[in-house]
Design a protein around this ligand. Structure first.
Ligand code: RB5
Length: 158
């Protein structure tokens, strides 16, 4: 599994810890920036990471800003992307099992590094449960599809 990792200036210190953690897990990582605490705009980074998912360069993405909120709002604007704000390990697991979220967002000014890594592990170790949850995810994509040309989301299979 390849994981795209991105942050803004507020998330940069936590991203450094995350990179170490993912290396310890032996994960294949695509770092889309930013690369310092110099101020950047989180939507630009969210777009780079979600682009990696849309083009198949990454299977999942982890995005970090101050609260995780800006990153999640921006990532969720990208068609086909489901981004979840990770506040605790249980929610992070459910974001995969129930919501099939390809993107996990973290708030570096909200979470301590230990809790953040527990959230990351819960998210990465979980898989989508399918079944009734898949049908609900399809409905989410259906809502998005209503606003796409032809009334159908390009990511929807049927
Ligand atoms: C940057 O100061 C801050 O707004 C950003 O990191 C994030 O918290 C936005 O949601």
């Amino acid at each position: 599994m390849r994981v795209a990792v991105g942050c803004d200036h507020g998330g940069f210190p936590l991203k450094q810890e995350l990179l170490q953690h993912l290396a310890q897990r032996g994960m294949d990582v695509l770092d889309v920036g930013c690369f310092s605490t110099q101020s950047v705009d989180y939507p630009d980074i969210a777009e780079k990471a979600t682009d990696a998912i849309r083009t198949g360069q990454a299977d999942r993405a982890i995005l970090i800003c101050g609260t995780g909120i800006g990153m999640s709002i921006a990532a969720n604007k990208v068609p086909g992307i489901r981004a979840a704000l990770g506040s605790d390990p249980y929610s992070a697991r459910m974001a995969r099992e129930h919501n099939n979220a390809q993107v996990l967002c973290l708030g570096a000014r909200v979470l301590g590094p230990s809790l953040a890594m527990e959230i990351v592990d819960a998210y990465l170790d979980a898989e989508h449960a399918g079944g009734r949850h898949a049908a609900r995810v399809e409905k989410i994509m259906g809502i998005e599809g209503k606003y796409c040309e032809g009334g159908k989301h390009p990511c929807q299979k049927s």
